[in-house]
Design a protein around this ligand. Sequence first.
Ligand SMILES: [Ca+2]
Ligand SMILES: [Ca+2]
Ligand SMILES: [Ca+2]
Length: 133
Amino acid sequence: MKRWSIIFAVVFVLSGAVWAADKTFQEIDKNKDGKLNMEEFDQEALRVFNENDKNHDGALNKSEFSQVKGAQSKFEDLDANKDGKVDMNELRDAAIKKFNQLDQKRNNYLADDDLKCSPRYKPEASPLYGIYF
Ligand SMILES: [Ca+2]
Ligand SMILES: [Ca+2]
Ligand SMILES: [Ca+2]
């Protein structure tokens, strides 16, 4: 009995994770073609930016940036002009750079296989988890 409940729990967790990842990809994939183009990628970067700009000053300070889920880049690396804040342009430049880095086939879109190439890709999370920053 105990063994079965463990198996059920594992199956439940696995199917939930797949569903969650899929849903997020679909949400970002606005035109529903199964790929992320630069515009869709950029829109998601903006959404993450706005969500984390808690004091609405148009930039992320270090404490706001520390709340960005899955962020792995250093704040200092994103703050190109070294004014102690990451503004929208700095963030978008970083997102474009990241897009080009992930788009290894140079076809101007990211499909699931491009995202899986990222060492930061985590199948249990959003496909974009931690790869923007
Ligand atoms: Ca798309
Ligand atoms: Ca702010
Ligand atoms: Ca800056």
